[in-house]
Design a protein around this ligand. Sequence first.
Ligand code: PLP
Length: 665
Amino acid sequence: MIIKGIQQFTERYAQDINEETFLGFPMESIVRAEEKLTASNVRSIAYFSMEFGLAPSIYHSFQTSLPTSSANMFTGHRVFSNLRAMDRYHQIYIDKVLDIPIYSGGLGVLAGDTIKAAADLGFSVAGIGILWTKGYFKQSFWFDLGQMPDELRWDPYTYPGLIPLENTIAIKFEENESIYLRLWKYYVYSCDKQNVVPLILLDSNIEENGPADDIRRRLTDQLYRSDNAWWKIIQRTILGIGGMIALKELGYSINLYHLNEGHAALAYVENAKDVPKENREELKTHFAYTCHTPVEAGHDRFALNELENILDDEHMTILKEEGLDKNHKHLVNLTQLAMNTSASINAVAKKHGEITRLQFPTYADKIKTITNGVHTFTWISEPVEVLLDRYAHTIGEWRKDPSLLRNVSNLRHDREFRSALWQAHCANKRELAEILKSWFFDENVFTIAWARRIANYKRPSLILQDVDRLLKIAREVGPLQIIFAGKAHPNDNLGFTFINTMLERIDSLADYRDVIKIFMLENYDTYFGHLLTSSVDVWLNNPLPPFEASGTSGMKAILNGVIQVSTLDGWVVEAHEKHIGRIFGYVPPEGVIGTENDLHLEDDSKKLYETLEEVVKLYYDSFHRGEVRLDSEWIDMMINCISASGYFSTHRMVKEYNDMIWKLS
Ligand SMILES: *Cc1c(COP(=O)(O)O)cnc(C)c1O
């Protein structure tokens, strides 16, 4: 037995695991991390998140001698374009192991990037999440029907690096009924492979819960399943209460429980029931909560009677003491519960901090701000990575400390660097062109992308608001290529409507393919996130301020020198003075939150078209059929982007978490 509790695993993977190696990575790093997490004299953190986007296909892939089940391979992705004939006969094939499908979007990717950076920095952290056996959902687009969600299938038992432990835990409910959960581990290695953060995943699809059709086996099947309140509460119970029991079962000695969003807020309730009332204030110093959204739907509220169907009296008593919604006393509000029971609260960008203090004045003094970042080594593209290494003499050891990327601005007057940077971008864009060649993607044509979760406030269809105006720009200033990707939550009717509108408008441009090509890619995921944020010319970010708490895809784009066309919201507020592109659109008056329903589509689309016109003109003035104007402002902006990206890394972010909250040595 090499690691406690994984005999079964070692048998299965006998060839891949031994005293020295763990699927091609050093075993020693695992042993050391496990020792620290179980030692009572080492300070450790547990990081709870409903979703984790780990992107192993673009970061670290484990090597296994077992054949990989086809269920875990990336399959074909269809495209919805304004060249429908090609959509019918072609798909995008990517021959890679699927990223573990236990995330839906930015929140999960942030959680993944956070634990990767924690590993890079050698911090003693364990992640706690859920093994979603059916992932989020599989998306297809149908003209006239819009988005159709399908069941996503994958096989955790043959996924490289995922380990089913022998340990199972039970959450006990009143009538002596229990839910049993198997624990899984996935080791997230640091870049240099010297450290790991174990990620513990809970799974209810096991025999102890009864025959295959027992509902208990499906509790951890679909992320953000929201058929009714019962499903939502049960999933939050498994994460918060189950997660707490799992940490005990593994013998981890945890000093601080970090809740990435309010989903896991029941963790406090589980802990508090064993703590005398007079010690509960002290207990709260062991909890930290990160709030991720100013959007109403992002804050869970449940009726007391619905909670009573699931939780016992002990839990309910604490919930009533700490979690009642201040405006609706028959509701428990998980955001409020998390805020009441965590000594530390933080927002995820400066602007978001201001908004959160306005929304929750009771806690205003307690709300800190730590601006999000992205994991540099996951999201950088190879051509840019190679280029930065070549200039390490000027930039410094940016692999050890990504904040050194700010020194890229010192290369502004280096013509050779400017040329090489443009070449690196062209190499990235060529990769995209290759993938979309059946649709005649042209690498010499200006390309802009909007790709993220389809949500109302993100205004996915803004650039399609007035297709005639768009066409006019394409004809008079220069041809355009536009790429869209993103999933709408299956119960989000507004999201649906957006997708329908977009499909219709894309189709209406079928006769204008000579000047405008539009591609809507199915199943946006971390693989496409990486591809798109590094290969297009402009990253479009047009949320309605102030509802984008942070946003992170633009941070991935600037790391790769992709310039921004953005409204002034989220992280962009902290970066726009560095001239990373163009800013446009509505800005709410100081101290005003406004409403998500007033999307300012008319006004802001006009402003977007004006901005686009300027940017497209600059593009064609700078680059024309392979000819590059090296002194172009465009290349200045690309340099500003990479230089600004040094700040927006999870290395800086996790260091701030540690200095302000975690206090690990
Ligand atoms: C980075 C990323 C996101 C987050 O995008 P936002 O800019 O925060 O909207 C969502 N989904 C995937 C797959 C990503 O890689």
